[in-house]
Design a protein around this ligand. Structure first.
Ligand code: ADE
Length: 224
């Protein structure tokens, strides 16, 4: 999978993509991520990327031209891609959406900033608008990283264990059962006996019951 990111703040992406599983996925050629500075697609001596909104109201709005030019340049160089605008008004990112996006061979992520992005980007350029939750962040950069991370986990070969992502929370509409590791006892806190029993059928039943119990307790909305 190829991911191109268009942003006014490429530096935000430096750390997170260069660690742990995302780094390994990139090194193994399972996912390539390239971050592009939107300012490079802005015209004029000052390369202006934002202007005050028509109709007033304060704040700044990202101009459409650099975003259109950036996306068109990326499509010209790397072929067709699914264009996603990160915005609090988008479809909510879920495990199901991440799994679906992992099937796409080329994603172009557009990170909004300031008070917003000219509506023509959402209306005539983006294929999809995605939000990572009902709160407003200072820009689409962190949401783009969240999306990249959640999608990467569904790419074949990225997680060492091919079944790992399907055992995760949300995959069967349930939260995951609790996990324990050594030591068996820590400060008097013990590990559920069944996990030490070696009885895999019993462990499977226990995990299923725990997943249901936790979901009922913490996220009853998932059971509706
Ligand atoms: N940009 C600002 N807030 C956002 C959010 N919650 N999701 C996606 N993009 C955003």
């Amino acid at each position: 999978m190829r991911v191109d990111v268009l942003t006014l703040f490429p530096g935000i992406f430096d750390g997170p993509l260069d660690q742990s599983i995302l780094l390994k996925a990139r090194e193994a050629g399972l996912m390539s991520v390239e971050v592009h500075d939107l300012r490079e697609f802005a015209e004029g001596k000052h390369r202006v990327t934002d202007e005050p909104p028509f109709g007033g109201g304060g704040g700044m709005v990202m101009k459409p031209e650099p975003v259109f030019a950036g996306v068109e340049s990326l499509k010209g160089r790397f072929g067709p891609g699914k264009v996603i605008l990160l915005s609090p008004q988008g479809e909510r990112l879920t495990s199901a959406l991440a799994r679906q996006l992992a099937e796409v061979s080329h994603l172009i992520l557009v990170c909004g900033r300031y008070e917003g992005v000219d509506q023509r980007v959402a209306d005539h350029l983006a294929d999809l608008e995605v939000s990572i939750g009902d709160y407003v962040l200072t820009g689409g950069e962190l949401p783009a990283l969240v999306l990249i991370d959640s999608v990467a986990r569904f790419l074949p070969g990225v997680l060492g264990d091919p079944q790992a992502s399907s055992r995760d929370s949300f995959e069967e509409g349930l939260l995951e059962a609790p996990q324990y590791t050594r030591p068996r006892e820590f400060r008097g806190y013990t590990v559920p006996e069944v996990l030490l029993s070696g009885d895999h059928a019993a462990i499977g039943r226990w995990r299923r019951e725990e997943a249901l119990r936790r979901t009922r307790l913490k996220r009853p909305d998932l059971l509706d």
